[in-house]
Ligand binder design. Structure first.
Ligand code: FAD
Length: 465
C-alpha cells in the first residue's frame, strides 16, 4: 500500500541485503509477513557474496588446484608450471558471484519479498528515509537492522593510495605485486596472503600479537604455520607498523617490535586488522537504538534492540563476524517477529579458516577451558594414523576433542587439515545435541575417510587404555 506520494508501508523492513538480511527476509516471508528489504547496492548478497566469503573461497579453490598439481609430483605425475591469466581468473570469480546473486533474486521473487535499492536512514522508530530510490520513505511496523561491517583502518596510518589494499580491493585482483605486506595475522590476511603467494607474490605478514589466528588453539595453528613458512617470505610476530608512506613505486613502512621484516618497502600493502560495524549515519539515535562503545548495536537474546520494534543481526551486533552467525540470527529475529518463542543461544558457532591446511573449531577451545578453569579431558590425534590422510598425502592434519570430565559430553573440538571446514559440522551437531563420547564413538564412520578421526578420538575417551 502506498501512503502519500512516495511512502511505502511494510510490516517488516529489513535494512541491509547481506546474508543476515536476506535470510531474515526470506524466513519472515515464509511466515507470511509482508517483508521489504532495502539494500544500498544494486545486488543482494552483502560483503559475503560480493567482497568476502565467496570471492576469497573462489580464489583459494583456484590456488588449491595449483598446489594439487605441484603435489602430484610426489605421486608420479608431472604438470607444467601454471600460467595465470588474471582476466580469466577475475571472470571466473565474477561468474560465480553473478550466479549466486541471480539465485538470491529468484528467492526474493519466490518469497514475494519487496525490494528497494537505496540507502536507509532512520527518522524515528517508525520511518526510514530512503536516498537513491524513487521511494523516499518507508513506514514499518517492525524492522531488522543488518547493515554489516567494513574493514577497519589503523588509526593515524590511513593512506589513500591504490598500493594500500583492503580485503575488498585485494579481491579485485588488479595485479600480482612482486612484494606484498599483509598487516594482520587473522584469517582474512592469511587467506588472501595465500592467494597472492600462490599467484607468485612474495608475501610478508606482520602481526602485533605473539601468534597467528587469535582465538584458535596454538596446536591447531602449528601445521598451518609450517606450511606458511614455505609459502610466505616472512611471518613477523610481536611486531607492529608505526608509519606508512608512499614513495616512488612502493609503500615505505617503519616497524616496532621483536621481529621487524627484512625489507621496509613493499609494492603493495594489505591492511586486514579487523572490521568495524556499519552503525554510524543510520539515524539510530533518532530511532532509540543504542550502540556500545565500539559502535555495535546492543541486543537482547531475542535480538531486539533498545527500541522495542527494531531488531538487529549479523556483523553490526558484534563477534563472531561470520556469515553463518548472521544467517542464524536472521532466522531467530524473523521467528521472534512471527511470534515464536525463541532466542539466539547457540552452544557452538563454528569458525573455519579456509587456508591450506584448513583450520576449523567450534565450542570451547582448549585455551578457553584452561582460562575458565573447566574440568575437561582433551583427546587428540595426528592424521598420520589415518589411511585416507596417508593415501592423499596429507598427514599434516590433526583432530582434537574437548570433553567435560564428569559427563564425557563433547563441549569443543578443533581440526586442522584439508576439508576440516566440511567435517566440523558433525562436531557442531554433537555439541548442540549434548552428545557424550560414547555417542560419537559408537557412530559408524565410513572408511577410509578423514571424518573417521572423530570416531577414533571419541573412542580414546571411551576406552582410555
Ligand atoms: P554484510 O554482508 O556486511 O551486509 C550488509 C549489507 O547492508 C551490505 O550489502 C550493505 O551494502 C548494506 N547496507 C549497509 N548500510 C545500509 C543502509 N543504510 N541502507 C541500505 N543498505 C545498507 N564469513 C564466513 O562465515 N565465512 C567466510 O569464509 C568469510 N570470509 C570472509 C572473507 C572476507 C575477505 C571478508 C571481508 C569477510 C568474510 N566473512 C566470512 C565475513 C562475512 O562476510 C560477514 O560476516 C557477513 O557478510 C556479515 O553479514 P551481514 O548480513 O551482517 O552483513
Amino acid at each position: 500500500m502506498v501512503v502519500g506520494e512516495f511512502t511505502q508501508e511494510s510490516d517488516l523492513l529489513v535494512v541491509g541485503g547481506g546474508p543476515g538480511g536476506y535470510h531474515a527476509a526470506f524466513r519472515a516471508a515464509s511466515h507470511g509477513i509482508k517483508t521489504t528489504i532495502i539494500e544500498s547496492t544494486p545486488a543482494l548478497g552483502g560483503v559475503c557474496l560480493h567482497e568476502g566469503c565467496i570471492p576469497s573461497k573462489t580464489y583459494l579453490a583456484m590456488i588449491e588446484t595449483v598446489h594439487a598439481a605441484r603435489h602430484a609430483r610426489s605421486m608420479g605425475i608431472e604438470f607444467a608450471k601454471p600460467k595465470f591469466n588474471l582476466e580469466g581468473i577475475r571472470a571466473w570469480k565474477a561468474g560465480v558471484v553473478e550466479k549466486l546473486a541471480g539465485g538470491l533474486d529468484s528467492l526474493c521473487k519466490k518469497h514475494s519479498v519487496e525490494r528497494i535499492t537505496g540507502r536507509a536512514t532512520f527518522e524515528d522508530a517508525k520511518f526510514v528515509k530512503v536516498t537513491g530510490s524513487e521511494i523516499s520513505r518507508v513506514r514499518f511496523r517492525r524492522a531488522i537492522i543488518a547493515t554489516g561491517s567494513r574493514s577497519a583502518t589503523i588509526p593515524g596510518l590511513e593512506l589513500d593510495s591504490p598500493r594500500v589494499l583492503t580485503s575488498r580491493t585485494a579481491l579485485e585482483l588488479e595485479d600480482v605485486p612482486k612484494t606484498l605486506l599483509v598487516i594482520g595475522g587473522g584469517y582474512i590476511g592469511l587467506e588472501l596472503g595465500q592467494v597472492y603467494a600462490g599467484l607468485g607474490s612474495k608475501v610478508t605478514v606482520v602481526e602485533m600479537t605473539s601468534g597467528l589466528l587469535p582465538g584458535a588453539d596454538g596446536d591447531l595453528v602449528r601445521p598451518l604455520r609450517q606450511r606458511l613458512n614455505e609459502d610466505f617470505e616472512e611471518i613477523c610476530l610481536d611486531t607492529r607498523v608505526t608509519a606508512m608512506s608512499e614513495v616512488k613505486g612502493a609503500i615505505e613502512l617503519t616497524f616496532e617490535g621483536k621481529n621487524p621484516p627484512k625489507s621496509s618497502r613493499f609494492d603493495k600493502v594489505l591492511v586486514s586488522v579487523g572490521r568495524v560495524p556499519n552503525s554510524k549515519d543510520l539515524g539510530l539515535e533518532k530511532a532509540g537504538v543504542e550502540v556500545d562503545e565500539r559502535g555495535f548495536i546492543k541486543v537482547d537474546a531475542r535480538l531486539r534492540t533498545s527500541a522495542e520494534r527494531i531488531y538487529a543481526i549479523g556483523d553490526v551486533i558484534g563477534n563472531p563476524m561470520l556469515a553463518h552467525k548472521a544467517m542464524h540470527e536472521g532466522a531467530v529475529a524473523a521467528d521472534c517477529i512471527a511470534g515464536k518463542n525463541t532466542v539466539f543461544e547457540p552452544r557452538a558457532i563454528p569458525a573455519v579458516v579456509f587456508t591450506d591446511p584448513e583450520i576449523a573449531w567450534a565450542g570451547v577451545t582448549e585455551t578457553e577451558a584452561k582460562e575458565r578453569g573447566l574440568e575437561v579431558v582433551v583427546k587428540k590425534t595426528p592424521w598420520s594414523s589415518s589411511g585416507r590422510a596417508v593415501a592423499i598425502g596429507r598427514t599434516d592434519g590433526r583432530t582434537k576433542m574437548i570433553f567435560d570430565k564428569a559427563s564425557t559430553r563433547l563441549i569443543g573440538l578443533g581440526m586442522t587439515g584439508p576439508h576440516a571446514g566440511e567435517m566440523i559440522s558433525e562436531g557442531v551437531l554433537a555439541i548442540e545435541m549434548g552428545a557424550v563420547a560414547y555417542d560419537i564413538a559408537s557412530t559408524i564412520h565410513p572408511h577410509p575417510t578423514l571424518s573417521e578421526m572423530m570416531g577414533e578420538v571419541a573412542e580414546m575417551m571411551e576406552m582410555p587404555k
